[in-house]
Design a protein around this ligand. Sequence first.
Ligand code: G4P
Length: 525
Amino acid sequence: MNETKIDQAVAKRRTFAIISHPDAGKTTITEQLLLFGGVVREAGTVKARKSGNYAKSDWMEIEKKRGISVTSSVMQFDYQGKRINILDTPGHEDFSEDTYRTLMAVDSAVMVIDSAKGIEPQTKKLFQICKMRGIPIFTFMNKLDRDGREPLDLVNELEEVLGIDAYPMNWPIGMGKGLQGLYDRYNQRVVLYRKDAQGNQYLPLDAEGKLSDKYPLTEDSAYQDAEGDMELLSEAGNSFDEAKILSGDLTPVFFGSALANFGVKTFLDSYLKYAPAPAAHVDQAEEKIEPDDPEFSGFIFKIQANMNPNHRDRIAFVRICSGEFDRGMDVTLHRTGKVIRLSNSTQFMADARHTVEKAVAGDIVGLYDTGNFQIGDTIYSGKHDVQFEKLPQFTPELFVHVAAKNVMKQKSFHKGIQQLVQEGAVQLYTNYNTGDYILGAVGQLQFEVFQFRMLNEYHSEVVMEPMGKKIARWIDPEQLDERMSSSRNLLVKDRMDQPLFLFENEFAERWFKGKYPKIKLTAKL
Ligand code: G4P
């Protein structure tokens, strides 16, 4: 491909993640999107997998044919001339640093909220990462077919709890059993939940944003309420501002029901209109790497170990930042300066079962890795050295004491720990006084994967003793006095020898701050 062709291909890419609290409807909406993209033909395919309705072996067979963990990691499909990459961010017990890092590889995010529940803890955490990156965030208020909270209340909560301005693109006309449709403010029409007697799904609004009296819906109190809310929002609410959407300061809000497939298409169409194509990435030398730059560059944001002990290979997920990926191409790994041939790759086309031949900026490619790559690595083609910004470290919340079960096998234990920590699988701390090892993670799964890999890859059986949740706060070494440590705020060192306290709970942190008002404590994020 020449530069113009790359440019055209990149302009079509939309790469995003769906963030939500478990059960808000992420799987259901993903499935609807895949249906629109023609990737799955039947509703229920993705869900069946999640709920385990698929016999496990069937599913593994499917995954084997398609590459690795296709549907659970990256889904790619074409829709209305755009090539869409959806990156999965697992919720539930799967929550891990990987989830956060995945958000480093997307250009925008879709936040799904259960309209009966509003903002929930996991949504908040994931939102904060998106906010830190300054990427556009689109909101889908889901489950409108059930009775939920007042829409005004939901939008207020969004603004107050998350600190982002909101612009409702549409508004519910009733909800639950009384759901009539959506007042589609953006497209100046009413979308009916059930077609009217004449078979219309869409009713036009007049210049003042009202339905003509000829439609019986105008007599419905739900419609009148929606119209009233819209008037209120037009006077007192935010105005639509594309620049603010792009900078992540304003979130367009859509209402709908993923399960009933209502409002999802309206959402997808508007999303594609305003979501950005891949932008330039700035490298550590403050140089802008444009996505249509003919030289290839990308970074590794996730490494997935193959959990099958008979296959020791791993998949390194690369976000392409510029140029074109060609199977078999040579790239330089910045960290080591080594040239590596990328011959064994897989792309995550959810319906086609092929190894990737070509991909461009915005796409995600999976490379079979035999131990060359680490999370955060930059790879590039050409002579010009590129190194992207380091991926941020996320403050762990869960901690365990860790030791080798067999004291005679210290060597493999240390080797394994060092390598897995370097790879970013878990965070390592040492007790300031005893030197004992402590691991920190964002989610429990990280510990389990760690334990599994220590055994399978390093033949080291580890024992882990849970310490529970802690609040990690770094302290300036200059200000540190070891006597500040107590049983409620354990003093440890991180991998860079920086001191930090692990506070038992918020109360302990507040107590500490009260006792040492001059000490500055910082969280990583
Ligand atoms: P998640 O991936 O965010 O965890 O959520 P998921 O899509 O699995 O949805 C969680 C539950 O919410 C599911 O019900 C799903 O059917 C339901 N749901 C999702 N979207 C809607 C919606 O728009 N309206 C209604 N009423 N329900 C919705 P479940 O009982 O856990 O599973 P299932 O028995 O339906 O499979």
